[in-house]
Design a protein around this ligand. Sequence first.
Ligand code: FAD
Ligand code: NAI
Length: 328
Amino acid sequence: MKTVAIIGAGLCGATAAAKLVRSGHNVAVFDKGRSVGGRMSSKRTDAGYLDMGAQYFTARSETFQRQVQSWLEVGCVEVWNCNTASLADDEGRSALDSSPDQQLRYIGTPSMQAPVKAVLAGIPVLTNCRIHALQRQGPGWTLIDDSGARHTGFSSVLLTVPPAQAEQLLVNSGLPGMLTAQDSLLEPCWAVAVRTDATTSPDAIFCQHPRLRFISHQATKTGRSRCYVLHFNAEFSRDHLDQPADFWFGQAVDVLQSALGIEGVIEPVAAHRWLYASQNPALEPPGIIALPDGNLWLGGDWSYGGRVENAWLAGLDLAANVIRYGNR
Ligand code: FAD
Ligand code: NAI
């Protein structure tokens, strides 16, 4: 039986793995992280989880709506009943306005990675394992991890990591130039969590703001800590990429006080720098990328325009490629 190596245990890699297992393949999934989920990740705190990456997801395609329905039935996903608002900034003056809509938004329960864990149930995953390079051995592949350990005997490889990380891995493997996607396809985002006793009004705030992209309050999410999470926009995050956490906590406090009018103590909780977070809207999504005759495919949310749903769709398409061409 053929074994497929899948690098990356985000929703894309997980979905590809599950589809391949259903079609009779053996798979082995590798992830550099401590746990699965990738950018759908929540930090565990004493007071509950904190969503530091994706805050929610929508389901626009019928196939993904069916998948979400089955997650709702097993209880690893729920509808996020959030009050939406928009935050605009006009020459330094902020305006927060309620902006109700009918959009169904979903979250993992009790944490964002719950649906990824559910998809991967029973599938072998090696975490804390960063793949450094790939090596062709006859018709198959060997994976070499950061510690120099070799993982051998794979008929195909699926690379489901962000483009810049895929490019580095391909360079390390003597396969430069294969990636037709640009490194800058995914842009950075600093995510900052703070706690305050102030009563909250909107819990999903879409920002048109010089510094911010999104603010969410976690209180209406099952299992979460009562914190605000602020996502700084790509431009501001890039311009201050290497600033320490204290800088970001200061920014978060300033915005909550000046734009949301929050008074009283605002306590720092966590800050995380995502180097590759969101799709660069100026670049065309490249789709799935294939190494001709190499049984190597690359893809992720970035293949189709970012977002959780696109990660899932890319996972299905990567698996379909292996099923169609992987036995040659
Ligand atoms: P990833 O989740 O990035 O998975 C790739 C995996 O590869 C990671 O687990 C990583 O650890 C692993 N990896 C990387 N390199 C290696 C290596 N060399 N060896 C082994 N493993 C490796 N989407 C929405 O739909 N709604 C939102 O509200 C939303 N908000 C977001 C907010 C933030 C701050 C961020 C960062 C993302 C957000 N997104 C949102 C995007 C969403 O999280 C992604 O579209 C989706 O999770 C991507 O899944 P993926 O499997 O394609 O990639
Ligand atoms: P969606 O339909 O809720 O949002 C899409 C976009 O529509 C929003 O970004 C916002 O600009 C606008 N919008 C939607 N509802 C609004 C409302 N009630 N009031 C004001 N504006 C509203 O969800 P979709 O299409 O699934 O998008 C996923 C979300 O994930 C987006 O908000 C996107 O910005 C966010 N995201 C954030 C990343 C980050 O790095 N912080 C990375 C990837 C996605």
